[in-house]
Design a protein around this ligand. Sequence first.
Ligand SMILES: Cc1cc2nc3c(=O)[nH]c(=O)nc-3n(C[C@H](O)[C@H](O)[C@H](O)COP(=O)(O)O)c2cc1C
Length: 139
Amino acid sequence: MFKYLAYVSRQSHVITNNDLKELLSKSRTRNSEIEVTGMLIYFHGSFIQYLEGKEENIDSLYNKIAEDRRHQSVTEIDSGFSEKRAFSEWSMAFKKLQKDEAFEILGYKDLETAQLFDNYQSPDEHPALNLLNNYVKNL
Ligand SMILES: Cc1cc2nc3c(=O)[nH]c(=O)nc-3n(C[C@H](O)[C@H](O)[C@H](O)COP(=O)(O)O)c2cc1C
């Protein structure tokens, strides 16, 4: 069983593309090491993140993330357990919801938001993703 957890937060100060690049690159390295997958969306100063992996890894990572001073008002929106990962191929899929051609980083794909949810076929298994999906659609 995998644990999943989704939260939303607000940046605490202006975050540049370079800051995001560094955050993503470090996160991807660490997440691969501890087999955490998921997705991070950045939109107008807000973060939405979905994390999945072994329970103890998700809990300790989320504790660290919640204390990270780059963002605030970290609010868990859902968590639970699932048999299958929703994001098996990604150490952390990323979407910045704004056109920005300068933002070219390794692993970044200019996915349409909806495509992030393509490999997510069974809403019942992933209530958090369902929530995120609706949240993103309504942005
Ligand atoms: C919005 C946001 C998302 C983050 N996502 C991850 C992540 O997926 N994986 C990760 O290892 N760190 C992530 N971090 C960074 C962690 O908060 C923390 O800096 C990192 O785990 C290193 O902690 P340590 O050096 O104290 O071990 C994120 C930070 C922010 C602000």
